[in-house]
Design a protein around this ligand. Sequence first.
Ligand SMILES: NC(=O)c1ccc[n+]([C@@H]2O[C@H](COP(=O)([O-])OP(=O)(O)OC[C@H]3O[C@@H](n4cnc5c(N)ncnc54)[C@H](OP(=O)(O)O)[C@@H]3O)[C@@H](O)[C@H]2O)c1
Length: 326
Amino acid sequence: MSTFTAIAASEPGPATLQQLTDDDLPEGDVTVDVAWSSLNYKDGLAVTGKGKIMRSHPMVAGIDLAGVVSASDSPDWKVGDEVLVTGWGLSEAHPGGFTQRQRVQSSWLTARPEGLTLQQTMAVGTAGLTAMLCVLALEHAGVTPGDGEVVVTGAGGGVGSVAVAVLASLGHTVAASTGRAETHDYLRSLGATTIVDRAELATAGRPLDKERWNGGVDTVGSQTLATVLAQTRYRGAVAACGLAGGNDLPTTVLPFILRNVALLGVDSVSCPTPVRAEAWRRLGTDLPTDLLDAMTTVEPMSKVPELAEQILAGQTRGRVVVDTSA
Ligand SMILES: NC(=O)c1ccc[n+]([C@@H]2O[C@H](COP(=O)([O-])OP(=O)(O)OC[C@H]3O[C@@H](n4cnc5c(N)ncnc54)[C@H](OP(=O)(O)O)[C@@H]3O)[C@@H](O)[C@H]2O)c1
């Protein structure tokens, strides 16, 4: 029986590099030789054991995976197909993507989108998919380029970096909010025209502040989201997807009932397949691959425990692709 390497936790607590065998694979109708995974904030919580992400043990960490089908009982997929999975409970209820081999449900698989390599699909990963879902939500709410600035909070992170690049490439004027001075040039290179100090948005202001934003993509939550809502123009919209600054929301109803501001919730984990397909199609057309490559670093899987601490500390920039062979 062949063995393979994975980052897994046998019990609640930190996940570590372990050797597994095919007997450890879960139920599913498609087996994937995993080539790449990616690091997301939720992986930081799961791998360090600091967040209750894994709902049972033993559990392989990693909410994303990309690779090649090595066995299939599904009529939809054949050996050799290049596929990816993001979300769908990987590393929560089902063993995840920090591994060289995984078995999954065929309905979770997405074929590698046209125009992206397998490695680039993981540069996008859950974070990039979420950023695109935020952009689609803003478009649906009527936020269009040319009507003013769109603010992206936590801009130096994974979701933030992809959101900045996509919004700018679509013609929006993008304000990037960051707490790290060293990311200013990087964020401008992705297309941001204004940099906002994270502290400015993290400070409580008036319930209705000066109208500043046409729309927003918020990855931070808490007071930052409350401030963005208070500064959003009449009939503007804010897509909320994250909690890097906290899961509370100290706001009032005033932006909603006096300015008709829309607060748009975004979840990528259980996002329905047709919406995902549209988001991946749009990532293929609206995320310039040179910018995707510029925001990506590739790291060996053996370094994931260290990287997990770094992402929780807000020290990683852009997207981190995980090479499962190393
Ligand atoms: N809803 C969903 O389906 C979904 C999917 C993916 C991610 N998320 C959530 O979205 C958020 C971002 O995920 P990610 O993978 O992009 O993480 P990430 O790469 O760590 O980015 C988060 C960024 O937020 C900023 N930040 C960190 N700590 C902060 C604090 N205490 N106060 C204010 N800003 C802080 C930092 O940006 P600067 O240094 O530039 O300020 C950091 O780079 C996370 O909360 C994650 O759980 C949700």
